[in-house]
Write a protein of this length. Structure first.
Length: 555
């Protein structure tokens, strides 16, 4: 049996914020099935057709959430469950995961499918936490699923490529945007096919209080004050740009204090260095990092001790969990990348700790770690505190300045763990694309001819820039999914973002909120992208690329 867990969410494009009450206004906002969850529903139907499996769908929410169950059944799912009780009101990700995991134990499906995150929260925490609490294996960002006996074969879209795994059931899978195109709901009769589940029906949830609390919310504006410039002024801007942090003089890490602050260096050296610098600026503790990154790639990281862990993901989780239990750090910070989010959520579930995902800032209020997290597409910022210690947070890349250096003591530890995963194949995408952490990034939109993309890649390689794309460009396979920027892709924070032939849809520009300067090239003065730009160039984007290519390679 396949169970799909879905969520009803407000249309993020219709969300309003009341500055007086500091609350999100949801009145008259359209409620929809979370788009990632709809992909999971579609995949369950396709798998049921291929392998003759029963399907069910469940959602946790108020009575009106029954509409998304009805939609899933009209798409082709066999039955639905509405998990609804006032006792579940205001649940954070930990409580939600606890309730859903207990429901899974009741139903005992072979496979559970979920979207990678909900568009109102964007945490990616519920799938891995639910899997751990239910005692299921887990894998995220899956773009293909095949079943053979008790084994499931999946393709996983990773930060730097695609890998194929064999995993044993029972299994929780969060699906990627790429997995399919969901069908429309039909005219199937939903009568007597939905059952309501209350708190009385679910065991082991008494005393399950939220582990995090929102202490404040405020609105973050996306729009900028555009100034139109010419091609030569653009060249001057680029030539005089020396990097976000190029001119910053780095300070030496202070001697260690008595307490411990812990960072997890997962996959991403640059973000790990940024996090370490933020921890160094707070000071008054011994900064320790546990990481899967070779020490040479973290040379100068401002921490007092670096534990290089040679292990697989679940061995890493085991070791880090034991370290936290033993050493009781003040807080734990992790890069908000694919594996970082999965690792953080699994540790939080094991230790019953509050976790805030995708933070753009952290501060201290006395001894409390205050975490700032965007939601609803980035338009609303929530101020969050953990009710547990240590507080945990994943940090978005590019949020902190790498302005400290250190010479840590390095320990190398091999930690092996037997698990139900087998890596069958791994394919890395071209080095030309793995670069969305660069100081300058070109964004490719549908306005740019496809035969101009190689020229953009050549320019980017020459000036050490990165190249990303809009969803529409990715959907027609002109660029890999790993470089999609926006609400259903990645958020970036370069010093300069150059938008090439991009219209400026809300779904794209929310991924640019933390860019330093945005320069848009478009031949229409009415292009929406100019509302979100610092500088605009009224010019045919293909001519712009030709001229820039000529300038770069003439020099």
């Amino acid at each position: 049996m396949i169970l799909v867990l879905i969520k009803q969410v407000p249309d993020v494009n219709e969300i309003k914020f009341d500055e007086k009450t500091r609350r999100i206004v949801r009145d008259n906002v359209k409620l929809l099935m979370n788009s990632f969850d709809k992909k999971a529903v579609e995949e369950s139907i396709r798998l049921s057709e291929r392998y003759n499996l029963d399907t069910a769908v469940a959602t946790m929410g108020p009575p009106q959430a029954i509409t998304v169950l009805e939609e899933a059944i009209r798409m082709g799912v066999n039955s639905g469950y509405l998990i609804s009780d006032r006792k579940f009101g205001g649940a954070d990700t930990w409580v939600t995961s606890k309730v859903l995991s207990e429901f899974i134990k009741m139903l005992r499906p072979d496979i559970v499918l979920m979207g990678k995150y909900s568009l109102d929260g964007e945490t990616s925490q519920v799938p891995p936490e639910t899997a751990y609490m239910a005692g299921y294996n887990f894998i995220s960002s899956v773009s293909r699923i095949d079943i053979e006996n008790d084994d499931v074969y999946v393709n996983r879209d990773e930060d730097y490529g695609i890998s194929r795994y064999r995993i044993r059931m029972p299994l929780v899978i969060s699906v990627s945007e790429k997995i399919n195109k969901a069908r429309q709901a039909g005219n199937i009769n939903v009568e007597n096919r939905i059952k309501v589940i209350t708190a009385d029906d679910i065991k082991n949830i008494s005393g399950s209080d939220s582990l995090t609390v929102v202490t404040n919310t405020f609105q973050s504006s996306i729009k900028r004050n555009n100034k139109f410039i010419g091609f030569d002024e653009f060249l001057s801007l680029i030539n005089n740009f020396h990097g976000r942090h190029e001119s910053i003089e780095k300070k030496m890490l202070k001697p260690p204090g008595d307490s411990i602050s812990l960072g997890l260096a997962v996959d991403d050296p640059e973000t790990s260095m940024e996090i370490a610098s933020k921890m160094a600026s707070i000071g008054n503790s011994r900064i320790v990092f546990i990481g899967n990154i070779e020490p040479e790639r973290l040379k100068g990281i401002p921490c007092h001790e670096y534990i290089y862990l040679k292990s697989d993901t679940y061995g890493f989780i085991d070791y880090a969990t034991d370290y936290i239990k033993k050493m009781n750090p003040l807080y734990v910070l992790i890069p908000s990348n694919l594996n970082g989010r999965d690792i953080a959520a699994n540790i939080a579930a094991r230790l019953s700790l509050g976790l805030t995902a995708d933070c753009i800032d952290i501060k201290f209020n006395g001894k409390k770690l205050v975490q700032y997290k965007p939601s609803f597409g980035g338009g609303i910022i929530a101020e969050i505190e953990s009710r547990t210690e240590p507080a945990m947070a994943t940090i978005r890349p590019g949020m902190f300045i790498n302005n400290y250096y250190g010479n840590p003591e390095v320990k190398i530890i091999e930690y092996k763990k037997m698990n139900s995963f087998e890596l069958l194949e791994s394919r890395t995408i071209s080095e030309s694309y793995i670069n969305l952490d660069r100081d300058i990034i070109f964004g490719i939109g549908r306005g740019l001819d496809k035969d101009m993309i190689p020229k953009v890649l050549e320019i980017a390689d020459k000036i050490n820039a990165g190249v990303g794309a809009t969803r529409k460009v990715v959907d027609i396979n002109l660029m890999p999914r790993q470089v999609q920027i926006g609400l259903t892709g990645r958020s970036i924070s370069p010093g300069i973002y150059i938008a090439l032939g991009i219209s400026g849809s809300d779904n794209h520009v929310v991924g640019l909120r933390y860019a330093g300067k945005i320069i848009a090239v478009n031949n229409s003065i009415d292009a929406n992208i100019f509302k979100y730009s610092d500088y605009g160039i009224l010019m045919d984007v293909n001519d712009f690329v030709r001229r820039l290519h000529e300038k770069v390679f003439k020099n």
